[in-house]
Write a protein that binds this ligand. Structure first.
Ligand code: ADP
Length: 215
């Protein structure tokens, strides 16, 4: 299956993507994670992306699209993938369509995780991520680790992402409304859009998404 996950920052894309990818046996491809890995390895690409990310802006398409394409062409992605955070604007969506068409493939579904803005801000402000694996996500109130600052899963150090500060979150939401939301209509027009209410327990949201994909 080839699936795209969309939704505002804090909707739980990363959390849901990890579960869904496991259930469906396809790789979870997160452009945010790819950028963060490049930044922590201090690559040229990471150095170019960092200032945009820290400000909560989109990294320019000429950096992002090539990186996403390289990742989608890896051998583990031949039978499908779950895209998380890509595409994030209409020109990226068009580029993705172009790549898939060239390879004789198409998307199976676009899942839109729907959650209101107040909730998103609360989720992001308390979010803590494991240094070892960004799929290990906690929240100081909603999903507190047993020991503050320590990952329950692997013992890694938990940290707050630089772009999770309140001012940056506001900008990310603005960027989401102006640049990313238009792809929802783009995919609706293709008949691919499935809206998933993303409130409630993590496992319930995953189940809603799995049920929607079965249809
Ligand atoms: P979230 O979904 O919580 O906002 P991500 O980890 O997906 O977080 O993305 C973090 C940041 O990485 C974005 O704010 C943006 O700067 C950059 N980024 C990720 N994916 C893309 C993309 N497809 N195009 C441009 N920038 C991106």
């Amino acid at each position: 299956m080839r699936i795209v996950l969309v939704g505002p920052p804090g909707a739980g894309k990363g959390t849901q993507a990890a579960f869904l990818a496991k259930n469906l046996s396809i790789p979870h491809i997160s452009t945010g994670d790819l950028f963060r890995a490049n930044i922590s390895q201090n690559t040229e690409l990471g150095r170019r992306a960092k200032a945009f990310m820290d400000a909560g802006d989109l990294v320019p398409d000429e950096i992002t699209i090539g990186m996403a394409k390289d990742r989608m062409e890896q051998p583990d992605a031949v039978n499908g993938f779950l895209l998380d955070g890509f595409p994030r604007n209409v020109s990226q969506a068009e580029a993705l369509d172009g790549m898939l068409e060239e390879a004789g493939m198409k998307l199976d579904a676009v899942l839109d995780l729907e959650v209101e803005e107040d909730e998103v801000v609360k989720r992001i402000a308390g979010r803590r991520i494991c240094r070892n694996d960004s799929a290990h996500v906690f929240h100081v109130v909603y999903a507190a680790p047993k020991t503050p600052g320590v990952c329950d899963t692997c013992g890694g150090e938990l940290y707050q992402r630089e772009d999770d500060s309140e001012a940056t979150v506001r900008n990310r939401l603005e960027v989401y409304h102006t640049q990313t939301e238009p792809i929802i209509d783009y995919y609706k027009a293709q008949g691919l859009l499935v809206t998933i209410p993303a409130l409630g327990e993590v496992a319930d949201v995953t189940q809603r998404a799995m049920d929607a994909l079965k249809k």
